[in-house]
Design a protein around this ligand. Structure first.
Ligand code: FAD
Length: 437
């Protein structure tokens, strides 16, 4: 079962792997996806950003995804000590879709990988990658040939590929095997989460101002570094989670997770009211230390996609967007690797992939940092937001973190810091706070 020398092997069938596989298969390349689990499988990460819709179009998976009939999402609602704000993604600085979906990932990921398979990708489930040897360049010695990267599988097979894309998410296959892991530069946090039958539609009268087409992000009334998500789905269920420092969030025992999550929920009045009729739909899980980074996103014959490279923090739902962005940036470069007849036609992965991808990730990192150090929360909860500034923030939160025409992309730290200084109570946000440089 040796693949031909020209086969691209993708590790992992999550959104990053499926998007890259679909793009390459549609471009006529031989692609094999190796996935450890059997789908459908649970995954956290259910709130998409509108930028994802462009990615799904670009890799030809929009139709497959839309068939899921998912809950429409138009923005993010925020609540803190009785104050409510909404950032509507349709009102934003950057061009592009302003709505997206809230999806149950077991279903969504399965539709994407089936779409990639329909486009011509080979997909094997229940196959774990355990070993890796990077590509070796040809020696001048005529007896020594160039060799593609090689993978070892748990079932004993050895496969040689033309190129390997690591989309193994939290499996972090190449980060571990190639010793690429580095400090993620974000404090370690923990999340407790589960699905609920939310019962919100049945509330009479309907909860004031509540909309199913928004993710709700609630801040704990007294612990500023603890926040919650409520992501309603189309079927009366919702994803519910709480995030904070591990020492506060970690349940004493695994079977205590359900109780702990609900204790936290009861401490936030808006959620406690909205979820008063809710019932658990599955077991509560915990996940900690999920922020991760690598020293580089590419090497001889391979590149890292999505969470297999870097993951920041769940607060702005950037994970799937970054996963898809990385796949759609890498796939055309892989195609060039496969068709290049001369060295100068090969892509330069540092300048054509890693640097531009990381620029957008850095924008999200600055927004995440500004959320936890309260610069961004102060901006979001400002009573008299300036319309143009709000559109710029909205564009980043909608996933347009690579649009350098947006001052909050091109100079995120400076803009956020300057703006936060002006958000002291009673201060109006003057139009000249932001020049559209
Ligand atoms: P994954 O979806 O993780 O897919 C990787 C696949 O690789 C898996 O199917 C796995 O089985 C497979 N694999 C692993 N190891 C191997 C191996 N050795 N061999 C073969 N296959 C392997 N993102 C959002 O966009 N919105 C959110 O609301 C959101 N909320 C989040 C909340 C929390 C608490 C956390 C921690 C994350 C959240 N995320 C969210 C992030 C999101 O989960 C990820 O960014 C996203 O799933 C990454 O997609 P991916 O394709 O890179 O990897």
């Amino acid at each position: 079962n040796n693949p031909s020398r020209k086969e691209v092997i993708i590790i992992g069938a999550g959104p990053a792997g499926a998007a890259a596989a679909a793009w390459l298969a549609r471009a006529g390349h031989a692609v094999r996806v190796l996935e450890r689990s059997h789908f459908p499988r649970f995954s956290i990460g259910e709130s998409l950003l509108p930028r994802c819709m462009q990615h799904l179009e670009a890799c030809g998976l929009m139709e497959a995804a839309a068939a899921g009939g998912y809950q429409r999402k138009t923005g993010a609602a925020f609540t803190r000590r009785g104050e409510h704000r909404v950032i509507d993604f349709r009102d934003k600085f950057s061009d592009g879709p302003g709505t997206t979906w809230q999806v149950e990932r077991a279903d969504f990921d399965q539709r994407l990988i089936e779409g990639a398979r329909a486009a011509g990708a080979e997909v094997e489930f229940g196959v774990t990658v355990t070993g890796f040897t990077p590509a070796r360049a040809a020696q001048s010695d005529v007896t020594s040939h160039a060799q593609g990267p090689r993978l070892t599988l748990a079932d004993g097979r050895e496969l040689e590929a033309a190129f390997v894309l690591d989309a193994s998410g939290y499996g972090r296959v190449l980060a571990r095997l190639e010793s690429l892991e580095r400090d993620p530069r974000l404090e370690p946090r923990m999340a407790l989460f589960g699905h609920v039958h939310d019962g919100i539609a049945d509330l009479a009268p309907p909860a004031e101002g509540y909309r199913r087409d928004n993710i709700l992000i609630a801040s704990h009334p007294t612990h500023p570094d603890v926040w919650y998500w409520l992501i309603p789905f189309a079927n009366g269920r919702a994803s519910l989670g709480v995030v904070g420092p591990r020492e506060l969030i970690e349940p004493a025992a695994e079977d205590d997770a359900q109780t702990r999550l609900w204790q936290w929920v009861m401490e936030e009045p808006r959620l406690a009211e909205l979820l008063r009729d809710a019932r658990p739909a599955n077991a509560v899980q915990s996940l900690g230390g999920y922020s991760a980074d690598v020293s580089r996103l590419h090497g001889p014959g391979y590149a890292l996609l999505g969470n297999a490279g870097e993951f920041l923090d769940p607060v702005f739902s950037s994970g799937v967007t970054i996963a898809l962005e990385s796949a759609l940036r890498a796939a055309p470069l892989v195609a060039r690797e496969l068709t290049a007849t001369r060295d100068e036609q090969r892509p330069d992965w540092a300048s054509e992939y890693e640097q531009p991808l990381r620029r957008g990730i850095e924008v999200f990192r600055e927004f995440v940092t500004a959320w936890y150090d309260s610069r961004l929360t102060d901006i979001i909860y400002h009573p008299e937001p300036h319309a143009r500034i709000r559109q710029m923030i909205s564009a980043v939160l909608a996933g347009y973190a690579w649009d350098t025409a947006n001052p909050f992309v091109s100079a995120s730290r400076r803009r956020l810091t300057a703006l936060a200084r002006l958000t002291a109570p009673g201060q109006a946000l003057a139009p000249d706070t932001v020049q559209e440089s």
